[in-house]
Design a binder for this molecule. Structure first.
Ligand code: PAF
Length: 278
């Protein structure tokens, strides 16, 4: 497996590699969720590239950029074992050289939810994903449904900028108790960890309620929120029942619906989502 740190090195290595090339963009601290994306890319692409870059521009001023885990040797080992051919691991200066002044601002699916609670977050994500596209030139890009809004934002970005790439969403990987895998789970204390499953429990409660015939989205939303409020230590950022395409809140559930949750337990902010109705 090749590990390349500069745009020039990557472009030189990119020329002539077998296609399609599949890209798995990551911020490192890899877990089984990332590895499932790499395996899917391995099964579908002639060449698999992974980017490992903790992108400072998607972190807010009071967020966890400096403490974000960066276990690069372990990440490289896991990428190698998953069959990744090439890892792009640039420095911050390489991705944002002095004088960098171009940003991708998005509306539509980027506006609500994470967009409201983490101002500037999707501007950072969209900018780095557009840069990675121009450096790596993948035919396919693999993202987890765990970040459901991010996936919608990146699909919109690819469509709006007419990027010739298939954006592929892959199912969330969960711990046996239902907690969605996330690089941030390592921040949970042993006391918080069993409580963190409340996000998944809330989504399941919403899904069950719809399964029993409830059609009022606000009733389902409250059922989910109550699960979190009943769990000690939680602060809710948002609980929403949305149209899976537009991410706009639903009034009535007459077709597909997605539950979106962001909540804090102690100092750890977790997000999760699930299809509530198909
Ligand atoms: O999902 C992530 O890990 C990041 O937001 C991404 C897409 C790699 C951009 O930095």
């Amino acid at each position: 497996m090749n590990v390349l740190n500069t745009v020039a090195e990557f472009r030189a290595a990119r020329a002539g590699v077998p296609e399609p090339l599949g890209l798995v963009p990551t911020m490192g601290a890899l877990h089984e969720g990332h590895i499932s994306l790499a395996r899917r890319a391995r099964a579908e692409c002639a060449t698999v590239a992974m980017s490992v870059f903790v992108n400072p521009s998607q972190f807010g001023p009071r967020e966890d950029l400096s403490r974000y885990p960066r276990p690069i040797e372990r990440d490289l080992q896991m990428a190698r074992e998953a069959g990744v051919d090439v890892v792009f691991h640039p420095s911050v200066e390489e991705m944002y050289p002095a004088g960098h002044s171009t940003w991708v601002e998005m509306e539509g699916p980027a506006k609500r939810w994470e967009g409201e609670h983490r101002p500037g977050h999707f501007r950072g994500v969209a900018t780095v994903v557009a840069k990675l596209f121009t450096i790596i030139a993948p035919q396919r890009e693999y993202f987890g449904e765990k970040d459901f809004q991010q996936l919608a934002v990146i699909r919109r970005l690819a469509a709006d900028l007419m990027l010739p790439v298939d954006v592929i969403g892959c199912p969330t990987v969960r711990e046996p108790d239902g907690l969605a895998l996330s690089s941030r789970n390592v921040y949970l204390t042993p006391e918080e960890r069993p409580l963190a499953v409340a996000l998944h429990n809330a989504l399941q409660a919403g899904r069950r309620r719809i399964g029993r015939g409830e059609r009022e989205a606000e009733t389902v939303r409250r059922v989910m929120e109550q699960v979190l409020l009943d769990t000690p230590g939680f602060t809710v950022d948002y609980v929403a029942v949305v149209d899976p395409g537009s991410l706009e809140p639903l009034k009535r559930i007459e077709g597909p619906a997605r539950g979106l949750i962001a909540a804090r337990i102690g100092s750890v902010r977790l997000i999760d989502n699930m299809s509530l109705a198909e």
